[in-house]
Design a protein around this ligand. Structure first.
Ligand code: HEC
Length: 276
């Protein structure tokens, strides 16, 4: 993050120095080059939020442009998550944007008499859920923006049996989490193996050493991962429904810049030709 800021400041200083210079046309060319560098820097720096916990995160597959995946994810989300969590900045009819008709929304995603224009609310009251789980389930409308897609993708795939917890479940990414493993029927029951490893300082460390499948789920491991990927893709879309549109605009801007760069380059060439 800091490195990125530093690069931007450097770039701004450079651009300013160029503009202060007298020869405008060659500068124009160089300014264009700087712009491309800026785009490259922004493009390369992905999710800036580092994982503070030590458990390594798996990369969530990017399925934002895959409507079928988003639709499957929406179905999983309304089936399994809306019982406890809300997504109160999303209306069901917003799902038209991922290609669902009102009829499909009504038939597949509404269970308790909601209307297509309703917000994704939850029936359970926060006090009730707090009493049950120790913590109220947070609204998930923008969860991907706060935790990151990789975090959620790994979180939903690393639940394990732990009888010392009130729900009977624990999680590798979110230790002692209050949420039970709601997708356990799909993934099956798993225990986690840990081993004691002596760290550099001599202190021993409790280290994860693999899962043990206790009972099979209805899905195979890779099928489960695949479904969770769809679910996370849907949650990413939900966090920022405008992002597909924004990406399209971004592409148009890039094309425009490319054409403009060529013009600046040609102008620059003919400018120097008349001087020599
Ligand atoms: C039985 C109720 C219940 C269901 C169903 C449920 N959750 Fe949760 N969830 C919780 C509770 C309670 C917490 C808060 C746990 C805590 O902070 O210890 C939570 C926390 C979370 C968090 C972490 C929030 C944060 O940033 O701290 C995520 C992500 C999450 N749930 C996603 C999901 C998804 C996705 C589904 C659907 C597959 C789902 N949950 C279904 C109860 C539920």
């Amino acid at each position: 993050m800091n490195l990125r800021l530093f690069q931007i400041v450097l770039l701004l200083l450079r651009t300013k120095a160029l503009i202060m210079n007298k020869n405008t046309l060659p500068q124009l060319f160089r300014v264009m080059a700087s712009l491309w560098i800026a785009i490259a820097v922004f493009g390369c720096s992905t999710n800036a939020l580092a994982n503070e916990d030590s458990f390594p995160l798996d990369k969530a597959p990017n399925r934002m442009n895959n409507q079928a995946a988003l639709q499957r994810g929406a179905q999983l989300f309304t089936n399994y998550c809306l019982n406890c969590h809300s997504a109160h900045s999303v209306r069901y009819n917003r799902l038209r944007d991922i290609g669902l008709t009102d009829e499909q929304i009504k038939e597949n995603l509404l269970f308790t008499g909601e209307k297509v224009g309703d917000l994704m609310k939850v029936n359970m009251s926060p006090t009730e859920s707090k009493a049950w789980f120790g913590k109220a389930p947070p609204d998930l409308s923008v969860e991907v923006r706060s935790r990151g897609a990789d975090w959620i993708y790994t979180y939903l795939r690393t639940f394990y049996r732990d009888d010392s917890r009130p729900t009977g479940w624990n999680n590798l990414v979110y230790k002692n989490v209050g949420m039970p493993h709601v997708l356990w029927e799909l993934q099956g029951d798993r225990a986690a193996k840990f081993e004691e490893v002596v760290a550099h300082g001599g202190a021993s460390e409790h280290k994860f050493a693999g899962f043990e499948q206790l009972t099979p789920g209805t899905l195979k491991q890779h099928e489960y991962d695949d479904q969770v990927a769809d679910l996370v893709a849907y949650m990413s879309w939900m966090s920022e429904p405008g992002q597909l549109e924004r990406k399209r605009i971004g592409v148009i801007v890039l094309i425009f810049l490319a054409i403009f760069t060529i013009i600046a380059w040609r102008l620059n060439k003919s400018y120097w030709k008349s001087i020599h």
